[in-house]
Design a protein around this ligand. Sequence first.
Ligand code: SAH
Length: 277
Amino acid sequence: MSAIRRREAQVSFVGAGPGDPELLTIRALQRLQSARVVLHDALVPREILGLVPPDVRLISVGKRAGRHSMPQDRINTLLVRLARRGHRLVRLKGGDPAIFGRLAEEVSALKEAGVSYEVVPGITAASAAAAATGISLTLRGKARRVQFVTGHAEDGSDFDPVASGLCDPHVTSAIYMARKAAPKIQAGLLSAGWSGEAQALIVGNAGRADEVQIRTRLDALSRSLAALPRETAVILLLGAAIRGETRERAKPLNVPTAVHCPFENMTVPGRSRVKIP
Ligand code: SAH
């Protein structure tokens, strides 16, 4: 079974966007207003839950780093059970449901149970952060690729920024759940040849009233991130695009000629093409 149109769908996975109700899609709002039950994550703020009619049952299955209020398999079971009871069900997730939202696991449980579903996309944190800071995630000739990366290693192992593909400066990396990984990112990129002066952009609670923006040097990255309160949702942007410059930099990045980066034809500003082993 594949995702189908709303009229037939028993469950709607709805992207809540970054937290500002104005950044919801019209379809998301319609689904919230016609639901009988809404299961939502902790990241979804009160302003958005306030749009749900008062007679709708709200169930928090809140998940935040280190605080899993409901295990994933219980969420899956609950979704199936409520859908089978014939409730119009919305599964509300922060940002876009298809980005670090464990959508696949929930969809798989529904498919197994023969429950139909649809996905209503939302504005992901990377887009909200780009909009908030006024930068373009792509930049002609400077950033031809954008990647969404999680800083959260599933098996608890240390985050490796090089293996995670962060070290090509011509790629814009939007790093979700970057807090714990920040010292590794800083050290790993410095030892891969990035300059300590390279810029990083930290956006906390992007798109909300209490948004915080920090532009920092790479060598001060983990200190800057640590300054933000733990409850602030934080996204980190890295790469040449975040400088927002369309001209070549006057001063080249201080990088060695051989950078251990698993990309072919990688180029580093101020240097000729680097041959990757
Ligand atoms: N599906 C979500 C991501 C969920 S993972 C999306 O598409 O945005 C949770 C992580 O997303 C947080 O730890 C944080 O890194 C990031 N995040 C979510 N909302 C955010 C916001 N408003 N501002 C900054 N980062 C945010």
